[in-house]
Design a protein around this ligand. Structure first.
Ligand SMILES: [Zn+2]
Length: 430
């Protein structure tokens, strides 16, 4: 007698072994297993297969479970442990009856062959870009656990535009947008106003108002690793790695036992900043699985493997989004009054640039368009709507007249103003 908890597999093997009608049929998920089981069954006389419902312990107490259900649960546990061991999970042995299998970067592809092959070709270009941006070596790039990273991207509830910009370090921080329009966008950090807002400064700003974000992130990391039975040193390396990078400190490798240096060195190669971007070394998974095995902690759906790591990454990204929202409130204002103050400052910066161009306008235009000084202008027209209206009307005209005047000077022509100087304001029609 044989028992299976997969009804689909039971149906497949019940049909028995047959030659594939089309070659592509062999690409169906776990086809190699189906044919191998079917082949073995033909050599075993009088075998009956029964279906047993999986995971019955989730709804029924252990005492009430049948022997078959208990055996099924035990088999699941053993399979999970075997799958978590590093070499077995990546490389599937060639099963009798299978002529070929697809293997990419030492990992056997057992399902979705076409999709995975296409994804790998596409992600290769993205990885090269990341390498250029971060300076990661080939080895460091290989040591990143991309499976967990990709899973986190797929599972994250954050908006994709934000996620893509954050992961590729193109969030519109001061340093980036200042290049587009130096007058409209200031380069400085909107929170501390002391430093240029580079991408790293976004996370490393040491203004007191950012302390809450940092402590909340730390609390989340501690809670997550506690809840998932992570080793206390794994927790400590995680918290210290992120904390020290945020504070511009080197990682204190020598404070940890030599057994842990393999993990620390691997993450150091990748970069501690990369933890915030979800790029963890594969060693994190290995150390966690080893810790669970040695301490006989049961493997669950959430305490190991890519599900464990991708959940951690998602929690970190959620904090990054909170930080970005907080920074945006500092940048653009958090209520009507502060938003108006930010807009007013932006308008007055643009007006200041126009006043710097005043002497390059034709003399007659200077008198018509400008006050004596910017301060006088702001005093006489203090409201935001007045200043915005002035800019909308005169900014294009000022730029146009400077362009015309420069052309006149280049052609060595004399303007009418030079022959007939303009009269003071009030003595002629404007
Ligand atoms: Zn700052």
């Amino acid at each position: 007698m044989m028992m299976m908890d997969s009804f689909r597999l039971l149906c497949m093997v019940s049909i028995g072994i047959h030659s594939p009608e089309f070659p592509n049929e062999t690409l169906s998920p776990s086809w190699d297993l189906h044919q191998a089981i079917s082949r073995e069954l033909t050599n075993l006389p009088n075998v009956t297969i029964h279906y047993i419902k999986a995971h019955q312990d989730r709804t029924t107490s252990n005492a009430e479970l049948s022997t078959e259900a208990k055996l099924n649960i035990e088999a699941d546990k053993l399979a999970e442990e075997a799958y978590s061991s590093s070499t077995f999970a990546d490389q599937v042995p060639l099963i009798p009856g299978v002529s070929a299998q697809l293997s990419i970067n030492g990992k056997t592809i057992v399902s979705k062959h076409r999709v995975i092959a296409r994804d790998i070709r596409r992600t290769k270009a993205i990885k090269l870009r990341i390498q250029e941006q971060t300076g990661m070596t080939d080895q460091a790039l290989e040591e990143v656990d991309w499976d967990s990273h990709t899973m986190a991207v797929g599972r994250s509830q954050l908006s994709q535009p934000f996620l893509v910009k954050m992961l590729h370090q193109i969030l519109p921080v001061g340093m980036l947008i200042h290049r587009y329009d130096p007058v409209k966008y200031t380069i400085d950090c909107p929170t501390c106003r002391e430093h240029s807002e580079t991408y790293d400064h976004l996370f490393q700003c040491c203004h007191p108002s950012r302390a809450g974000w940092k402590s909340q992130l730390k609390a989340t990391l501690i809670k997550f690793t506690d809840d998932t039975n992570s080793h206390h040193l794994l927790q400590d390396i995680l918290v210290t790695g992120i904390h020290n990078w945020i504070n511009g400190l080197p990682f204190p490798t020598n404070q940890y036992p030599p057994d842990w240096h393999e993990l620390i060195d691997s993450q150091s190669q990748i970069g501690w900043k990369q933890l915030l971007l979800g790029r963890f070394s594969v060693k994190w998974l290995e150390y966690q699985a080893q810790h669970l095995r040695i301490n006989k902690i049961p493997f669950t759906n959430v305490n190991h493997g890519p599900v464990w790591l991708s959940t951690l990454i998602i929690r970190i990204w959620n904090h990054c989004y909170t930080l970005w929202e907080s920074r945006n409130k500092d940048k653009h204002g958090h209520d009507t009054e502060t938003k108006r103050a930010v807009l007013l400052a932006q308008v007055q910066r643009r007006m200041a640039v126009m006043y710097e161009l005043k002497n390059r306008c034709f003399p007659s235009d200077r008198l018509k368009w400008f006050h004596s000084t910017l301060d006088e202008h702001i005093t006489k027209e203090p409201h935001l709507y007045q200043q915005q209206a002035w800019l909308e009307t005169y900014e294009p005209m000022i730029r146009r007249t400077i362009h015309d005047r420069d052309r006149v000077i280049q052609q060595r022509l004399h303007t009418i103003d030079e022959y007939f100087p303009p009269l003071p304001v009030g003595t002629a029609d404007r």
